[in-house]
Design a protein around this ligand. Structure first.
Ligand SMILES: NC(=O)c1ccc[n+]([C@@H]2O[C@H](COP(=O)([O-])OP(=O)(O)OC[C@H]3O[C@@H](n4cnc5c(N)ncnc54)[C@H](OP(=O)(O)O)[C@@H]3O)[C@@H](O)[C@H]2O)c1
Length: 317
């Protein structure tokens, strides 16, 4: 069987870690090196250092690759990428795998575009934050044609991920499970932020709350707490968020839209969305993590958006 050329599009917080693990695997397997592109190509310098090959455009990646992965911010960007792949030339026999979090309707629309052009599309959103992407420990949720799923299987479990949840051929289903998971993530974040403000206002203190969260609920929720106590909820000016607030706003809106269409409500997600939007409005253009819900709740309780630790880090009085 001919060895596949693999391509990558999108080197944000998630894409950089995922693509590096993929390149390391290709190298070990004596397969051709990964061909990659990104809007900001320089973000791929560390990927180039380990042998991957930069390309100037999405079209170039599509033309050169048999299997094309992408991980981009939102539905609009995914549509742009898919359009460029379709117009790159003959895509029959090519597989396009997208790992972004998008609305189920977007997955279906993109799948139709790709299949009408003769290619195969797999919707493969992921669970796990940027450090998990770097560690190759993501959870993939996949849906698409079974032939395409078999072709991409070697690159998921044990390479970029630690498990794969297969959802069959309906590509809307993997996006829907990802959105369901995000309802939990954003709701956990909302209550952990509330509990931290409660701990500060009552004098209990955030250290002891964090210890309890770790002991009682385990490392995942403890890591959410650490995004507050380390100041990661508001990176320093010019820094980059682990999970940008704008992406969390997109995810919460997708969840609320799917809930409305299904005739149900997501009250906690609605509250979390209002806090995400409040944080965004309060802090202007500053980079903000999805956990900046914390800053918004702090201001509602008469505290400053920035904790003392963040003020000291940023050299603020
Ligand atoms: N971060 C997380 O914890 C996490 C976890 C699970 C799933 N996700 C999902 O994974 C996806 C990527 O997340 P991320 O955190 O990696 O996002 P990110 O750091 O904001 O990166 C976004 C990527 O999309 C590209 N992009 C943005 N706007 C574009 C445009 N107009 N044209 C072309 N490219 C554009 C960016 O290029 P530039 O580098 O040039 O900006 C970058 O490659 C999102 O759908 C997110 O919801 C994220």
């Amino acid at each position: 069987m001919a060895v596949s050329q693999v391509g990558w599009i999108g080197l944000g917080s998630m894409g950089i870690g995922m693509s590096k693990n993929l390149q390391k695997y290709l190298l070990q397997s004596n397969a051709p090196p990964l061909v990659y592109t990104n809007r900001t190509l320089a973000r791929g310098d560390s990927l180039k250092e380990i042998g991957a090959i930069p390309a100037g455009s999405v079209s170039e990646v599509a033309m050169k690759s048999d299997i094309i992965f992408s991980c981009v911010s939102n539905d609009e960007v995914l549509h742009q990428v898919a359009d460029e792949i379709v117009s790159s030339g003959d895509i029959s026999k090519k597989v396009y795998v997208d790992c972004s979090t998008v609305h189920p309707d977007t997955s279906v629309a993109v799948s139709n575009k790709i299949s009408q052009a003769g290619g195969e599309f797999v919707s493969a959103p992921v669970f796990g934050a940027a450090p998990m992407a770097e560690a190759g420990k993501l959870i993939f949720v996949t849906a698409g044609p079974s032939t395409a799923m078999s072709k991409i299987a070697p690159y998921l479990n044990g390479v970029m991920g630690r498990s794969v949840i297969e959802m069959g051929t309906d590509v809307s289903k993997s996006s829907l499970l990802k959105i369901a998971g995000n309802i939990c993530v954003i709701s956990f974040m909302e209550v952990i932020c509330e509990a931290h403000v409660f701990a500060e206002k009552t004098g209990l203190g955030s250290d002891i709350l964090e210890k309890m969260l770790g002991d009682m609920f385990g490392p995942v929720l403890e890591s959410y707490s650490k995004r507050l106590t380390t100041g990661a909820y508001i990176p320093p000016p010019g820094g980059k968020a682990g999970f940008d607030v704008q992406l969390a706003i997109k995810d919460a809106k997708h969840a609320l839209n799917c809930a409305q269409e299904a005739g149900t409500r997501l009250d906690v997600s609605e509250v979390a969305l209002s806090h995400l939007e409040k944080a965004r409005n309060l802090m202007g253009d500053r980079p903000l993590d999805s956990s900046s819900i914390y800053g918004a709740i702090r201001t509602e309780s008469g505290l400053d958006f920035l904790t003392d630790l963040c003020k000291k880090r940023d050299g603020k009085p």
